[in-house]
Design a protein around this ligand. Structure first.
Ligand code: ATP
Ligand code: MG
Length: 251
């Protein structure tokens, strides 16, 4: 479903190369975890997948269902079923979360050739999804992410993901800032989305999240490259040895 081949990318503004020959394949039905030290390029990779203009791909390709997404803008990627939850979710002052969800869901439906949702149907879907994530409907009347606590932002990202039913989900440090109960709720939300025609990429630092969302594959990102790939045991090994030990072995 996702195939990244020899990707090189730099910051558009000053030309600093951050991604340096990254290869990664994630198949449909798979949950892949990406782990790696601070500054290794994990969030940068998520921005590049989303299609942010501040980054330039200088070499290699990103294939989604066999087709390059490099020429697609962020909205086209979203319509095609790609969903990115960022480490630092964006605030959108002046746009109520409910309104935002309605527009996003209807855009997605349009792209799939489905009719717009009626208001009662829309509200019913949101209410059900919010209940499973322990999100108060009152919170959704507020502007997107404005004044939300760290954990509330992460939960609201998972709510969006649930409602949009994307094919490829990339979650950057969804566990950071979550209390233990919220971590379980979010992990349950992600696990509920697992399925044979969906791929989920979870970026995290900690084995803890991966005890709840058990990954099929684990990839270690270091200095802009995937330096080691394994299964869930690799995450356990990291927890025991730290990045330095594992990355040294891979080098
Ligand atoms: N505008 C910029 N100019 C120069 N360097 C930058 C810029 N933006 C990001 N970087 C650098 O790119 C590297 C990769 O950053 P990135 O946020 O992708 O790391 P990360 O793996 O997500 O780290 P963390 O685990 O801390 O979230 C870092 O060294 C960062 O300082
Ligand atoms: Mg990051």
């Amino acid at each position: 479903m996702l195939e990244i081949r020899n990707l090189h990318a730099r910051i558009a503004e000053d030309g600093t190369e951050i991604i340096k020959g990254l290869d990664l394949t994630v198949n449909a039905g798979e949950v892949a975890a990406i782990m790696g030290p601070n500054g290794s390029g994990k969030s940068t990779l998520s921005y590049i997948l989303a299609g942010r203009e501040d980054y330039e791909v200088t070499q290699g390709d990103i294939l989604y269902n066999g087709e390059s997404v490099l020429e697609m803008d962020p909205a086209e990627r979203a319509s095609a079923g790609m969903f990115l939850a960022f480490q630092y979710p964006m605030e959108i002052p002046g746009v109520a979360t409910m309104q935002f969800l309605k527009v996003a869901m209807n855009e997605q439906r349009k792209a799939r050739g489905q009719d717009e949702l009626t208001t009662p149907d829309f509200i019913k879907r949101v209410r059900e999804a919010a209940a499973t994530l322990n999100i108060d409907m009152e919170m959704l009347k507020r502007p997107v992410n404005v004044g939300f606590s760290g954990g509330e932002k992460k939960r609201s990202e998972i709510l969006q993901m649930k409602l949009l039913e994307p094919k490829l989900c990339v979650l950057d440090e969804t566990d950071s800032g979550l209390d233990i109960d919220a971590l379980k709720i979010v992990a349950d939300g992600v696990n509920a989305l697992r399925g044979p025609d969906r791929a989920i990429v979870v970026i995290t630092h900690y084995q803890r999240l991966l005890q709840y969302i058990v990954p099929d594959t684990v990839h270690i990102l270091s200095r802009g490259q995937i330096v080691k790939t394994g299964d869930k045991e690799l995450a356990a090994q990291l927890e025991a040895q730290g990045y330095a030990g594992v990355i040294e072995q891979a080098a």
